[in-house]
Design a protein around this ligand. Structure first.
Ligand code: PEP
Length: 258
């Protein structure tokens, strides 16, 4: 059975000492659960010091981005090969990167390939903008984002990756409109269906699909209970240890009931 993943995206928040305090609090308030993985994605600068403090039996680390080349004259960039051994996951194609840093479908594809090449599990972010939703283009956007990003991967590699559905309009930084769980259910099923069409049923059953978009301790249960939802990618609520621990608790309880 697939594990539930609860991932914290701290974005460009928390200097090293602040991240360290938050990790300390999370150690105090989140216990391990064999069916739930808790993932922390601090800033690039903070990954190394946090990795030393982290109880790796309870938490896994993710980077928020990396550059697709393994090394060379790319001033200011950090490669996936440099993150090898430090992080388990890398968030790729987050809407903030697609929108603010103009990451194209092909950029995202190259990053997914670089992550896999370097033994890091990609957490591919997908999702339509409000304008695309209003124009009825959600399915086309999700299709293009998913199929391009994984076009170079084998079925085995796809089965091990994570895909997050994060409608841009639901992310707190872009308005934070609450998505209805019934609508989310349809898009999660659509993503799994696409994987099935491309790679077969066995791969589709294994790929983990998360929901992200203003998830907090009050809304988490509605999304986490959905059949195709394997967890949550949490932004702003993950900066508050009480909220994030409460979301993890919702996941623990749902797994106990299962
Ligand atoms: C995100 O940035 O991935 C996200 C889901 O943010 P928030 O939870 O703040 O909407």
């Amino acid at each position: 059975m697939r594990k539930t993943l609860i991932a914290a995206n701290w974005k460009m928040h928390l200097a090293t000492h602040e991240a360290s305090v938050l990790v300390h609090r999370l150690h105090q308030h989140i216990n391990g659960h064999r069916d739930v993985e808790i993932i922390l994605a601090p800033s690039m600068l903070t990954l190394q010091p946090i990795s030393v403090e982290l109880d790796r039996r309870r938490f896994r680390l993710a980077a928020q981005n990396a550059y697709h080349k393994d090394e060379g004259g790319y001033t200011g960039e950090v490669s996936f090969s440099m993150l090898h051994g430090l992080v388990h996951y890398v968030i790729i194609g987050h809407s903030e990167r697609r929108i603010y840093f103009n990451e194209s479908l092909e950029d995202v594809r190259d990053k997914v390939a670089a992550a896999v090449r370097n033994g890091i599990v990609p957490m591919l972010c997908t999702g339509e903008t409000k304008q695309e939703r209003d124009a009825g283009e959600t399915r086309q956007v999700l299709h293009d984002q998913v199929t391009t990003a994984i076009s170079g991967l084998t079925a085995q590699e796809v089965s091990e990756m994570v895909i997050a559905y994060e409608p841009v309009w639901a992310i707190s930084t872009f308005g934070g409109e609450l998505a209805k769980p019934t609508d989310v259910a349809r898009e999660l099923a659509f993503i799994r269906h696409q994987i099935s069409e491309l790679y077969g049923e066995a791969t589709a059953i294994q790929v983990r699909i998360l929901y992200g978009g203003s998830v907090n301790e009050h809304t988490a249960a509605g999304y986490l209970a959905l059949e195709d939802c394997d967890g949550a990618l949490v932004g702003s609520a993950s900066l508050n240890y009480r909220s994030f621990a409460a979301i993890a608790d919702v996941a623990f309880k749902l797994r106990h009931q299962a």
